[in-house]
Design a protein around this ligand. Structure first.
Ligand SMILES: Cc1ncc(COP(=O)(O)O)c(C=O)c1O
Length: 416
């Protein structure tokens, strides 16, 4: 019984990989894809959902009585329902479709920030934010006269949450913080931040772009006010993202885009807005991407978010254990409570050279500042190499990754 349970509990990666046509494409026979933090690969189910829409029922939603458009509308709204259930939202109309996490944050910055922020207000961010959750708030602060504060990052790659009591004041209107770092892999205790912020009557926006693909999320348990993420980082298509917001907050916000589909009534000189969620969905949406994201979520649920989390944790532990033994390799970020995003340096070799060398061995990793320049400044470096693992990666991939580190060191030795 125990054995059966543990087998069921395990993600069957061999089966999982069969769902991703990119890995059986002849040119990619040798590919080891370790860049899922940038974007994940897309399974056949998602590609089929998009193709079926385009081939069988391509039409615009919400405005037609004919069957084709009814089917498109049903597919679109059904995806919204799936997403609401996936993140535990109270209502499907709290799910707003955007182009991605970046646009979702910009929606809050424009629709909420521009309406409610005033001079002297404070916005609390962290030093670990992706530029997507930093730059919009810099602009919001410049426009409104609000002040930015930062939860510091400590040397181990964790946020100094002990400083929250000092950083949160009666002037704090919003805390905008990542759920997991795209550079350090750090998983942030956002529940603690949300509870502390709410005590001070501040709202919290959580950037879940790097968390939702790896772990179950329940926005109601978290009591998050806003929660954003991107479809393409969780097996879905590019060009689709989610803004979750509590109903009352979304109702209070101004629309961000104006035009067709978002109105209730239109006169010569003024108009009124549609109800949620349509108030925020002006113009023709990326309907096939929404339907594709719905398919991705069905697959993630079929494979099981707990199983995926466990698999990712196993890979993370395995890779960290191997890298710990290499005195010429620095791994950035905490040793525990982290996602399978491994930023590292090899002594004497530039991050870009590492990535290029890995590419020559068909291992796709990323190098650069990863849109998180505050982390780079804190670590006093300009770039890291980054390998990010996901549900289609195996321990053999980790072994080949570690082997490539040894080979890179050998190859570059003559210049070090
Ligand atoms: C933590 C984090 N937030 C936000 C984003 C922005 O996502 P997108 O480019 O899909 O809008 C990313 C993308 O890498 C990310 O890693």
């Amino acid at each position: 019984m125990a054995i059966a349970e543990s087998i069921e509990d395990k993600l069957d990666v061999v089966q999982v990989r069969k769902h991703f046509p990119i890995f059986s494409y002849p040119e990619n026979a040798e590919l080891i894809y370790l860049d899922s933090a940038a974007t994940t690969q897309r399974p056949t189910k998602v590609l089929d959902a998009i193709r079926h829409f385009n081939e069988e029922y391509n039409s615009n939603i919400h405005r037609s009585a004919y069957k084709l458009a009814e089917k498109a509308t049903a597919g679109y709204e059904c995806a919204r329902l799936l997403i609401a259930q996936f993140i535990g939202a109270a209502h499907s109309h709290e799910i707003i479709f955007t182009r991605g996490a970046t646009e979702a944050i910009n929606f809050v910055m424009r629709g909420w920030g521009e309406k409610f922020l005033k001079p002297g207000d404070e916005i609390l961010l962290s030093e670990m934010e992706h530029h997507s959750n930093l730059v919009p708030w810099q602009v919001a602060a410049q426009k409104s006269g609000a002040k930015l504060q930062f939860i510091p990052l400590d040397d181990s790659g964790e946020l100094e949450l002990g400083k929250l009591d000092d950083l949160l004041t009666e002037r704090t209107r919003l805390v905008a913080v990542t759920h997991a770092s795209n550079v350090l892999g750090t998983r942030v205790d956002v529940k603690r931040i949300i509870d502390a912020a709410h005590e001070m009557k501040a709202l919290v926006l959580v950037d879940g772009a790097q968390h939702v693909p790896h772990s179950p999320v329940n926005v109601q348990d978290l009591d998050a006010d806003f929660y954003v993420f991107s479809g393409h980082k969780m097996l879905g298509p590019m060009g689709i993202g989610i803004l979750y917001g509590k109903e009352a907050l979304l109702d209070a916000m101004d629309p961000v885009l104006y035009g067709g589909s978002m109105i209730d009534d239109v006169g010569y000189y003024e108009s009124t807005w549609a109800k949620l969620p349509w108030k925020f969905e002006a113009g023709t949406q990326n309907i096939p991407a929404v339907i594709g994201l719905g398919a991705a979520i069905e697959l993630l649920e079929e494979w099981g978010m707990r199983r995926i989390e466990k698999h990712d944790r196993m890979l993370t532990g395995y890779v960290l254990q191997q890298l710990e033994q290499l005195d010429f390799v620095t791994v950035f970020g905490p040793k525990e409570h982290r996602n399978p995003v491994i930023s590292f340096a090899i002594q004497g070799i530039h991050a870009h050279d590492i990535a290029t060398f890995f590419d020559s061995r068909n291992i796709a990793i990323r190098s650069g500042h990863h849109c998180a320049k505050l982390i780079m400044k804190k670590l006093n470096i300009s770039a890291t190499a980054r390998a990010s693992f996901y549900l289609y990666n195996t321990t053999e991939h980790v072994d080949l990754f570690v082997d490539a580190i040894h080979k890179a060191r050998g190859y570059f030795a003559r210049w070090i």
